[in-house]
Design a binder for this molecule. Sequence first.
Ligand code: ATP
Length: 291
Amino acid sequence: MSEADEQAPPVPAAAGTVLEAHGLQKRFGAVVAASDIHVTVPTGARLSLIGANGAGKTTFVNMVTGYLKPDAGRITLAGRDITALGPRQITRLGVCRSFQIPQLCEPMTPLENLLVAVGAGRSDHGGAAPRGLGAFFGAARSGAALAAAHAMLARFELQDYADQPVNELPGGVRKLIDIAMALARRPRVLLLDEPTSGVSTEEKFPLMDRVMAALAGTDGEEVAVLFVEHDMDIVTRYADRVLAFYAGEIIADDAPDEVLSDPAVQKYVTGTARGNGNGTPERDGGGGGDA
Ligand SMILES: Nc1ncnc2c1ncn2[C@@H]1O[C@H](COP(=O)(O)OP(=O)(O)OP(=O)(O)O)[C@@H](O)[C@H]1O
């Protein structure tokens, strides 16, 4: 696809909808990792993806971000079909992600990492595809790019770390820098893979508070956030909707209280069901407790 194609105006989406997944299917041999997944994400939504290990959360995230191609189904971003596009193209159209293990350039500082992200921003926001590192840093060191990188660090209250080597920083700070880099690319949809994993219990809420505060300051643009999370305290506090995955299916999609009190979710996802549980679906080898 050419640069011009990437910047083509999108087909109008359903009002208020930024991302839609229709009938996604994905198998790995005999394993069904996604079975007819349907998701509609409103602009500015705060969605949490929950599910035991192997339930299909990452497979869904990987299909939305272009790292995996679905066997069937369709994904649209702001009304535009992105199913066949690669990860880089999808990022440039506005779907960005952070990883469970932060993907930072170790020898560089947070400011330099942010400059890379600012330079690779959304195509309709002037993000420039770098052509060689020399050319890239020449462009990235422009006043505007530097200002944008500093502003993003400030939004996450990370100014004090701007010039320290990334590999000397605490885990929680590295997580925040990774998320700041994703947000610096001006996404419409931000996917966070277990943002609080590896972070101490005391640090989890302050970390999420900073992420949510940073999102609230996104220049009038409402970024939809989908975060994979195993900590139900984080889910109930920060999500306005929860998708519960089990064996490649979404077995509940509703407000947090509704989903977490659903017997099937308690049986297959959170492991909090009392007695035998009678939720559907019935599966061999089910059982959660590791959501
Ligand atoms: N590349 C792959 N090759 C083979 N099987 C895979 C691959 N990726 C995922 N799977 C399988 O697909 C199923 C869903 O995996 P997925 O990683 O999406 O689950 P998950 O909900 O993200 O789990 P976790 O919480 O452990 O990350 C699992 O059975 C997994 O082993």
